[in-house]
Each structure stands twice: as C-alpha cells, then as structure tokens.
Design a protein around this ligand. Structure first.
Ligand code: NAD
Length: 246
C-alpha cells in the first residue's frame, strides 16, 4: 500500500460524513463502456442522435433500439470490487454517507448501496411522454419498441437525462439535503471527467473549510488540481484497499 492510499484509508476511517460522487469509470471494470474514453460510447455514435429530446422526437424507434441494446448488455455485467467498497463505506458510516452517481446502471444498488441518488436517471426506468409516470421495466430485450404506457397507451421514453434537459430534481434535493446537514470530512470523486459544472460545484462546495477531496481516476480531470489526494488507478483496485477492515 503506497503512502497516498494509506493516508486516504486513515481519512476514511476517521471521517464522520462522506459524500461519494461516481461516474462511468466506476463501472468500467464491470465491462460497462464509459462515454468519452478511447473505446467509449460517444466514439461509436453521435450523442445527438440518441441522447437528445430532438433525436427521440425524430426517430423514437432508433433511440429505443440503442437503449435496448445497452440495457441488454448491462444484464450480463456484475458489480465490481469498487461498487462493493462504496457499499461497505455506507455500511460503516450509515447516515453520515451519501452517494451521488451519474451512472444510469444499477450496479451500485446491486452491490448493496441504499443511500444514493441517480442524477442522470436510470436505464431500467421508462417514463410516459404524456402522463410523466415512471415505471421500472427490467425486460431485455423489451417486447415492443418503442414501448407504450400500459395505462394510457402513449409513447414511453427512457427515464434518462438527455443533453439539454434538466437534471433529476429529486436527486438534486436528496443531495442538497445531505450537504445541508453539515460539512463533509471527505468528498470522493471517482471515475468521472467531472465535466458538468454542477458536479464540480458539489465536489468543491461540500468539503467546507476542513474537508478533504480525494479523486480516484487513472487519468487527470478538471478536479485533479483542487484534489487533496489524487489516487491514480482503477477504482476497483484502489477502493477495496481504503475500506479494508472498516
Ligand atoms: P466519462 O466517460 O466522461 O469519463 C469516465 C472517466 O472514468 C474518465 O475520467 C476515465 O479516466 C475514468 N476511468 C476509466 N476507467 C476507470 C476505472 N477503472 N476506475 C476509475 N476511473 C476510470 O464519464 P462521466 O464523467 O461519468 O460522464 C458522465 C456521463 O456518463 C453521465 O451522464 C453518465 O450518465 C454517463 N455514463 C454512464 C454510464 C453507466 O451508467 N455506467 C456509462 C457511460 C456513461
């Protein structure tokens, strides 16, 4: 164990309040492609063709086919040691812990995380375009594309935040509520480019005057310069070292 990991492990053990922010990188070792890396999803398809309200309006079937494939691929992916370590942190800190994920997969929940918010929606939820009701649907592939609302028959869409749309308001309230209860001793930013202003803002604001910001990422990001500790490497390898014997 190197010195930075040892220091981070001590901080985790001592912390009373921890906020963890995760991105696509935390699921990479589970076989879920990230967005912007060399082999990422946005290298294969233009995001504006599948992840905007306009694309859905133009061709809902095309958009749904893309999501149906991602939903199906995800079924074979399992949580990795990084997801389990985040859940172990929560188990140790209980109400002193909150997880804010940008991921639309359900691997954190499958590893045991309970106190979490999905800021960009969930891939196994569908939303009626007329009544805005949300339902879970785990069928892969979906029997009918595009799916229709079982109540009113209107078109349903993935319950995912697309480019140009507002982030999930319930997830924002849950995150703000946790932050408002007191400064964090520790904020983790794991496996994300932190390219959205609100992610940077939450990361920087919530550490308060004495808190520490720890980043886990094999590369550098817009938050690396302000991180107290940058742990360079894969989250599935680093995180379990921080929660060992917690
Ligand atoms: P991104 O693709 O922009 O960045 C991924 C980051 O993870 C990079 O900084 C990369 O260096 C890092 N990374 C790669 N492998 C890693 C590993 N093993 N351990 C730790 N870090 C690793 O992704 P982002 O910043 O999360 O972008 C945000 C958007 O991506 C969100 O809207 C989110 O909904 C979406 N997204 C989600 C999933 C998912 O649900 N699993 C997958 C792809 C994209």
């Amino acid at each position: 164990m190197n010195d930075s990991i040892k220091r981070a492990k001590d901080l985790v053990e001592q912390a009373q309040r921890i906020l963890v922010i995760t991105g696509a990188g935390v699921s990479a070792e589970s076989g879920v492609p990230t967005f912007r890396d060399a082999t990422g999803l946005w290298k294969k398809i233009d995001p504006y063709k599948v992840a905007t309200p306009e694309a859905f309006e133009d061709d809902p079937e095309f958009v749904w086919k893309w999501y149906d494939e991602r939903r199906t691929q995800l079924k074979d992916c399992q949580p990795n040691p990084g997801h389990y370590a985040v859940a172990a942190m929560e188990k140790a800190k209980q109400d002193g812990f909150f997880l804010l994920t940008q991921n639309v997969d359900n691997l954190h929940e499958r590893a045991g995380s309970l106190r979490l918010a999905h800021i960009h929606g969930k891939i196994y939820e569908v939303r009626c375009t007329k009544e805005y009701t949300i339902r879970e649907d785990f069928q892969t592939p979906l029997p009918e594309l595009p799916p229709k609302c079982p109540h009113c028959g209107a078109l349903e869409r993935p319950n995912i935040v697309w480019f140009g749309e507002q982030i999930d308001t319930d997830a924002v309230s849950q995150t703000e509520s946790f932050i408002s209860k007191g400064d964090m001793d520790l904020v983790f930013v794991i496996g994300t480019e932190a390219s959205f202003g609100y992610i940077m803002d939450w990361a920087n604001r919530s550490e308060g005057s004495n808190g520490k910001l720890i980043e886990i990422n094999p590369g550098t990001t817009s938050l690396t310069a302000s991180a107290d500790i940058h742990l360079s490497g894969k989250s599935g390898e680093i995180l379990p070292q921080l929660t060992m014997n917690l």
